[in-house]
Design a protein around this ligand. Structure first.
Ligand code: ADP
Ligand code: MG
Length: 677
């Protein structure tokens, strides 16, 4: 047998079963080895019958008194008594009439199953039974549990995987020997075998470490290669102008935080080099990334070259254009800012193109339209990508390609990814973190409100509206069925016609025409509306300092990070912000929602999300969907640091990918999903 042998060649697998495997994407022996268990059940500890406790148990015992009978409606029950030196216990099987005939007296068996209460008596229900003299497969060991299909059970999978495990013995090693030795890793073959059939917890941990290390290693290598490629490009350096920086800061309506200062300084140093900047500015919502981006832009504009800023929504692009315009005003550079969004008319687009041609526009702010429209930005010095996680690799590449040559790139992200994780999945970028909020910013008071508390809540918020504050009401859907009156449209009807008939209520959602959206948003910004009923369109970026209340309908429907992003829309000014999560059910709030009540730090929430929902929740965004990280413990910063050191060591030793075909293949695959150049 070889890794490429079809599954049909295995013992006990006929054409029919082979097809069921094929339906799961499993065709060869090698596919089976690559089908990692989802979890494990530990039946490895053999217990004396008198010491049995409810739960997963294994006993080593002989069988007495087997009997089978039919009970109502064709249901068959097999019962047996198992006995060891310490005592005896009842075994029960349902609809397995063959059991009675297959159990031999005086034969010693391993029996594994759930010890639980069955009709007033404790029994081991539906246990697996294997002869103690054989190598056990389903009993007395740590059992691999796989993702199953209707026709293929974990039991069935264990049987076939067992047959291909010998193939791991002479599987070639994929990592360099020095690396295996230095980081005390298991070799590949044994690690794969142990992953499917571990003999102990320790062995399983070692196997996971080895295979997880390998996954992360490829990713890190790919990142480093991209980083080196970027470093070998030449960008035009943007000289640092101290006077200009001072003037900009002097005109800011606030004091920069230390984190903003530090990030800006790193950016200025990057910009001064010929090596293109590729920096990620990561900061929780409201940490003030826009001001930092503006400071970067100012330096580039001062050299009379172009800057472009791409944002994921039209609302955000418009708002950014306005913010940059205002920030650049005191420096006499406001006129350089122009906007480009998809809803522009032909006339507007033509006018913009002409202005670009005459060199009047230095700072173009826009949406995806920036890459779709034919706009000439050949003299691009700096590319700013806001909410970078919202864009795919291809989109970012296209924008960067607009420059005649390599520009400096600054990516902004509000996804509060823990540093260790950021270093792995964004390994090719330098990272600046805005870890502190601007002074005077108060934490947002977050409360989970049961449905019964709705009226009282409306009453409370109305006093705040009366005091001149504004409120967002965020709904999970735009329109719903009759029963789902939590959809934005019906919520708007209800609030504007009844509950808040005495207030000015507006509606904003993604299906509205761009012009209408802009108009509504403008009204809200100018405080011509008190309440804005909306959807997650306002999730990113929208900045209305006077809006201090947010009411989120059906918060269970949103992810933790998303809820945190959403509530970041309030409490952006000096006033305290309030976020009410109006639940549906009458049960106690989930752990996730309670976490929002107590934690205000996006990074801590992200870590919790990682633990509760796994890495998919955090990196499952457009650009990382293709990453195949199955075993990397993304929360284990120690391991990730080791992997990084190993990847750096790979190049430091002068190793060449040409000598490692498998590594080269994996890196190439990952390159396509991680390459930001
Ligand atoms: P984000 O990081 O979410 O993009 P913004 O850049 O939109 O945050 O900033 C949020 C708000 O905080 C804006 O109103 C901005 O003017 C304000 N702001 C930014 N930096 C500071 C600061 N250092 N002190 C006070 N307010 C600030
Ligand atoms: Mg922002």
């Amino acid at each position: 047998m070889k890794l490429t042998s079809p599954i049909g060649e295995l013992k006990g697998v006929g054409p029919r079963l082979a097809q069921y495997y094929a339906d799961m994407g499993l065709k060869t022996a090698g596919d089976l080895l690559g089908y990692y268990p989802r979890r494990y059940e530990d039946y490895s500890h053999v217990t004396a019958i008198k010491d049995l406790k409810p739960g997963s148990v294994t006993i080593e015992a002989k069988i007495k008194h087997v009997s089978g009978r039919y009970v109502r409606r064709g249901m068959h029950i097999t019962e047996a008594i198992a006995e060891d030196k310490s005592g005896s216990v009842r075994l029960i099987w349902f609809n397995q009439s063959y059991r009675a005939g297959s159990l031999k007296r005086s034969q010693l068996y391993y029996i594994s199953g759930q010890y639980e209460l069955r009709r007033q008596h404790f029994a081991i229900a539906s246990p697996s039974v294997e002869m103690a003299s054989d190598m056990p497969l389903h009993t007395a060991r740590i059992l691999a549990v796989y993702r199953e299909s209707k026709q293929v059970s974990s039991r069935q999978l264990r049987k076939v995987v067992q047959q291909v495990l010998p193939l791991t013995a002479d599987m070639p090693e994929t990592l360099p020997d020095w690396l295996i030795e230095e980081y005390k890793l298991m070799s590949r073959g044994p690690a794969l075998a142990a992953l499917h059939a571990p003999v102990s917890d320790q062995e399983l941990e070692a196997a996971k470490r080895r295979l997880g290390f390998e996954e992360a290693f490829y990713l890190m290598l790919a990142s480093l290669i991209n980083k080196r490629a970027n470093q070998s490009e030449r960008a035009v350096p943007i000289p640092f102008d101290l006077q200009l920086a001072r003037r900009f800061v002097a005109h800011l309506p606030f004091q920069l935080t230390d984190a903003q200062r530090k990030a800006t300084w790193s950016i200025y140093q990057d910009l001064g080099r010929t090596e293109p900047m590729n920096r990620l500015l990561e900061g929780d919502v409201g940490s003030g990334k826009t001001a930092v981006a503006a400071m970067a832009a100012v330096m580039a504009l001062a050299t009379d070259r172009q800057v472009v800023c791409m944002a994921p929504t039209e609302l955000l692009a418009r708002q950014h254009a306005q913010t940059f315009h205002d920030l650049l005003m005191p420096l006499g550079m406001a006129d350089k800012v122009a906007l480009l969004v998809g809803s522009f008319t032909m006339v507007e687009k033509t006018r913009l193109r002409a202005a670009l041609k005459k060199g009047r526009v230095g700072f173009l702010v826009g949406t995806h339209a920036l890459i779709q429209e034919k706009v000439d930005m050949h003299d691009l010095a700096l590319v700013i990508i806001d909410e970078q996680q919202r864009f795919g690799v291809e989109q970012r590449k296209k924008l960067i390609a607009k420059a005649g040559h390599m520009p400096h790139v600054l990516s902004l992200s509000a996804t509060p990814i823990p540093r260790s994780l950021a270093l792995t999945i964004y390994g090719e970028m330098d990272i600046s973190i805005l870890g502190e909020k601007p002074l005077g910013r108060q934490p947002i008071v977050t409360k989970v409100v049961p449905p019964a508390g709705r009226d009282k809540l409306y009453h409370e918020v109305d006093t705040q509206l009366a005091a001149g504050r504004q409120m967002f009401v965020v709904c999970p859907l735009i329109s719903g069925t009759e029963q789902e009156d939590n959809a934005a449209e019906s919520m708007y009807e209800r609030l504007s016609a009844r509950t808040f008939a005495h207030r000015r209520v507006g509606l904003l959602h993604g299906r509205m025409k761009a012009a209408d959206k802009t108009a509504v948003m403008k009204k809200f910004v100018r405080h011509e509306l008190d309440i804005l009923v909306t959807t997650t369109v306002i999730e990113v970026g929208v900045d209305v300092p006077n809006a201090t209340i947010m009411l989120i309908e059906q918060p269970e429907r949103f992810g933790l990070a998303q809820l945190h992003q959403l509530r970041g829309r309030v409490g952006r000014g000096q006033e305290k912000g309030y976020c009410y999560l109006v639940g549906e059910g009458s049960g106690p709030p989930s752990r996730r929602l309670r976490a929002l009540e107590t934690l205000s730090d996006g990074f801590k929430l992200a870590e919790l999300d990682l633990q509760l929902r796994g890495p998919g929740a955090v990196y499952g965004t457009a650009q990382h969907g293709a990453l195949d990280l199955r075993l990397v413990p993304l929360t284990d910063s120690r391991l990730l640091a080791e992997v990084r050191a190993a990847a750096e060591g790979f190049f430091a030793r002068g190793e060449d990918l040409l000598h490692y075909r498998h590594i080269a293949k994996m890196v190439k695959k990952l390159n396509n999903v991680t390459n930001l150049n």
